[in-house]
Design a protein around this ligand. Structure first.
Ligand SMILES: [Zn+2]
Length: 207
């Protein structure tokens, strides 16, 4: 799942802050579990948590009204924002001339667009695909997110699951994400399953 986007988000913030610009960093469901933007390279920065009822427009207007300064917004994990929040961000850009840099992934583990990502694609002035490419276990470019529970790929369930899934009567499933090429996502063939199949004495059921 990690394609280096949080690293790029922090780098973007650093570049603008170094020029004396004042920004705010937002994230939601960060891997650290706190209102912190963290990247797999170990970089972190304090961030504001975006709850579903958070209003970007109101936050920015209130801040400016109280004499605060905002030149830009860094918005990580934007796939989890609501379409309404993405529209608030577009309004911030258009009405207040504040730059918004949004970082996120396009599709969920079912290979469907997140509602927030869909709205972002529809409204964004510019869109860039990250140059830091993740690879599937087979070596091909990884384009699809897979969710695994206890090592097995799942294609149904809540779209947003971070960390362990709570279950009342059973042990919590260990939830993880893995990026795969489209072919192996279609075949539910994660790295663990491919390894197990390769070690099995039976002939491979797939080519
Ligand atoms: Zn693959």
């Amino acid at each position: 799942m990690d394609s280096g986007k949080s690293t790029l988000a922090l780098q973007t913030n650093h570049n603008h802050a170094a020029r004396g610009r004042i920004g705010r960093i937002f994230t939601t469901h960060d891997r650290s579990g706190a209102a912190l933007l963290s990247s797999r390279l170990g970089l972190t920065h304090e961030a504001l948590e975006v709850a579903p009822d958070f209003d970007f427009w109101k936050y920015v207007v209130d801040t400016l009204t109280q004499g605060g300064r905002i030149d830009y917004l860094i918005c990580d994990e934007a796939q989890f924002y609501t379409p309404a929040q993405i529209e608030q961000l577009a309004k911030v850009v258009d009405e207040l001339q504040i730059d918004v840099f949004a970082f996120g992934i396009l599709t969920d583990f079912r290979s469907l667009l997140f509602p927030g990502s869909a709205r972002l694609v529809e409204l964004a002035d510019r869109m860039n695909v990250l140059q830091v490419e993740a690879l599937c276990w087979c070596g091909k470019r990884a384009t699809h997110n897979a969710r695994t529970e206890n090592g097995a790929m799942v294609t149904e369930g809540d779209v947003v699951v971070v960390g362990d899934v709570e279950a009342v009567d059973t042990d919590p499933a260990e939830v993880a994400y893995e990026v795969l090429c489209r072919q192996h996502h279609r075949r539910n063939l994660t790295a663990a399953r491919a390894k197990a199949v390769a070690l099995a004495p039976e002939p491979l059921p797939f080519g």
